[in-house]
Design a protein around this ligand. Structure first.
Ligand code: BES
Ligand code: ZN
Length: 464
């Protein structure tokens, strides 16, 4: 492709960036929190916004109902399109905003601000995860179409509205629409860069098993003076079980947890070591100093290649203002396991339930609720699409693109492979300090702007 062809698209992106930001703000104003039933209307509104936007760009697009929140599907194949047919995936739903009091401004009133280093950032829930990221692709398509009246490759777009709540409708939807959605390669924009100068393609993600456990003792809440000492306290039972999950060296104590977990190959460890990340840098950015995970492993290995157990929430007894002397009748916790290759989610779930059940004393009962399960994944790093995308990213950013791992989970990558037979390319422009899932989430304006430019280049490169 002649340089002039892509240069014209890039110039258009630069000229249009303020309008691109305005369009992102419009999407960010919609409070599409998928996990909260009170926000179902907002989820539908966000889906409609996405479908309308795609139709406005000449896609044939629409929302598709599911038992949960709608999917958005759009297609555009121009007569001159060449190269692989890509399926682009992103999610329009966002995480809840609590604790709301820690936000400096309304999470759904997006604004441009400056960070401590004077960089421009877009602040809002979903700015980075994933509305800003998904729009980088849409805006790249917009520029291509505006300048050349076409997209260089055939494009299908799939936006989901339940990613942050475990994607319950996704598998049946992919199965029912496999023919429409199976194409040559999936492009996913829901990950991060290595650093502000170095773009990255993610080659591995951890899997995830979520479990909620509920311990019940007495038939009702009790006065802790009248019954304390005699009656079993489920808060104590729960705390003891959760404390038992790890040994002093950070190892998970659930029997069989590490079965099938391979050591990171020396070549990959060496490649990660060459990135020069230290525990001080990694933890320093979040106000910490001391690595708390498995001993004897680098922080990158801890988050990219090792399985973990984390307690994400604990509920029990009186937590309101003031003080209440109570022995609650129940206590519950939400626990998640990040998995790596070789670990089967349902085997881990069963082993955890057995581990908990064996520790529940008389007079107490336990109930379990499953919250999703997906295995750890790695993607093919030798594909021609990977090489072309690395080149496109390297052309845009100051430093050449690198292949990295990630500790997060994007279960759809596995479903694309198993159900649609497609490999995925995980390209994203987030940063470790984006505060995704936390108060004051932001997306660097540079991530948005150069992310759009990056996708414009990737599309051009794939068409070669
Ligand atoms: N985009 C994130 C995951 C992510 C972030 C991967 C950065 C790699 C780099 C995604 O939206 C997410 O948060 N996923 C959840 C899993 C989901 C099943 C709730 C996660 O990882 O906790
Ligand atoms: Zn996400």
């Amino acid at each position: 492709m002649a340089d002039a062809v892509i240069d014209a698209v890039l110039a258009r992106i630069d000229a249009d960036i303020d309008e691109s930001v305005e369009r992102l703000f419009a999407l960010l104003r919609i409070a599409s929190i998928s996990t909260d039933p009170d926000h179902a209307r907002a989820c539908a509104e966000a889906a409609n916004w996405c479908a309308d936007t795609l139709n406005g760009l000449g896609f044939v697009a629409g929302t598709r109902p599911t038992p949960g929140h709608p999917m958005v599907v759009g297609h555009r194949t121009d007569a001159t399109a060449a190269g692989p047919h890509v399926l682009f995936y992103g999610h329009y739903d966002v995480q809840p905003v609590d604790p709301l009091e820690l936000w400096h401004t309304d999470p759904f009133a997006p604004r441009l601000a400056e960070d401590e280093a004077g960089r421009k950032v877009i602040v809002a829930r979903g700015a980075a995860d994933d509305k800003g990221q998904l729009l980088t692709f849409v805006e790249a398509c917009r520029a291509w179409i505006a300048v050349h009246g076409r997209l260089p490759v055939p494009v299908t777009i799939l936006f989901e509205g339940e990613e942050e709540s475990g994607s319950p409708s996704l598998v049946p939807f992919l199965e029912a629409n496999a023919k429409e959605l199976s194409h040559d390669v999936a492009l996913i924009c829901d990950t991060g860069m290595w650093d502000r100068e170095t773009p990255a393609i993610n080659s591995s993600l951890r899997g995830l098993v979520g479990e909620e456990i509920v311990i019940t003792a007495a038939s009702k809440d009790l006065h802790s003076g009248l019954f304390g000492g005699a009656a079993r306290n489920p808060n104590h039972v729960l705390a003891k079980i959760l404390a038992d999950l790890h040994d002093e060296n950070g190892h998970v104590r659930v029997p069989g947890f590490y079965d099938g977990v391979a050591e990171t190959p020396a070549a990959i460890r060496a490649q990660w070591d060459s990135l020069g990340m230290t525990a001080e840098t990694f933890l320093g950015g979040i106000g910490l100093k001391y690595p708390a995970g498995e001993g004897g492993r680098s922080v990158l290995e801890q988050v990219w290649a090792r399985p973990t157990a984390e307690v994400n929430g604990m509920i029990g007894g009186y937590t309101g203002p003031g003080f209440k002397t109570v022995i609650p009748s129940r206590a519950s916790a939400k626990v998640s396991f990040r998995l790596v290759g070789g670990q089967d989610p349902e085997t881990i779930r069963a082993a955890f339930r057995e581990f908990v059940a064996a520790r529940v004393p008389g007079d107490c009962s336990v109930a379990f609720h499953a919250h999703g399960g997906s295995p750890g994944l790695s993607v093919d790093i030798d594909s021609p699409h990977m090489a072309r995308s690395l080149k496109a990213l390297s052309d845009e950013w100051p430093k050449p693109a690198v292949v990295i791992g990630s500790g997060g989970s994007i279960p759809i990558v596995g479903y694309f492979k198993d159900i649609l037979g497609m490999d995925s390319l995980l390209i994203g422009f987030g940063h470790a300090d984006d505060q995704i899932h936390s108060p004051n989430e932001k997306y660097d304006l540079a991530s948005f702007h150069k992310g759009i430019r990056s996708w414009a280049r990737v599309l051009a490169e794939l068409a070669e």
